[in-house]
Write a protein that binds this ligand. Structure first.
Ligand SMILES: [Zn+2]
Length: 140
């Protein structure tokens, strides 16, 4: 079970430790992730793809999540950054079949400049939607 913290509480609690590198494709790991989430290949059983596959837009999503997103503490204790775009920004696939539209961005490994990357997710999968610290609804 994961929990979500609003941006203010995330900063207050020290959950935000962004390590934004100069390039988000600087390592082969990051380049592979960028390609994975911008070009449907059918290689992965489960995957999500950004609708705007350009690198400037990808960079903007990651930066936006880092600047104003919420923190998601997943069930393995990892901190992911979440940004609710409020509109469809991508699609999720399972075994080559379209699963659902995606309206949020999840940034993983946000505190590791060699691994940080992001991908679109369906916000309906993200529960709870209230801050675990102050109880405020999660808007961003
Ligand atoms: Zn809060």
């Amino acid at each position: 079970m994961s929990s979500i913290y609003c941006h203010s509480c995330s900063v207050l609690l020290g959950l935000f430790r962004p390590e934004l590198p100069d390039s988000l494709t600087g390592t082969s790991y990051q380049l592979a992730k960028y390609i994975k989430h911008t070009a449907p290949t059918g290689t992965y059983p489960y995957n999500s793809i950004f609708e705007d596959t350009g690198f400037p837009q990808y960079m903007e999503y990651i930066v936006t999540a880092t600047v104003s997103g919420s923190a998601q503490l997943d069930d393995r204790g990892r901190v992911n950054l979440l940004y609710l775009a409020g509109r469809e920004i991508g699609l999720t696939y399972a075994h080559g079949e379209l699963l659902a539209p995606a309206d949020a961005i999840l940034v993983v490994f946000h505190d590791n400049q060699w691994k940080i990357h992001g991908f679109p997710v369906d916000s309906r999968d993200l529960v709870p939607s209230y801050c675990a610290n102050c109880g405020a609804p999660i808007f961003t």
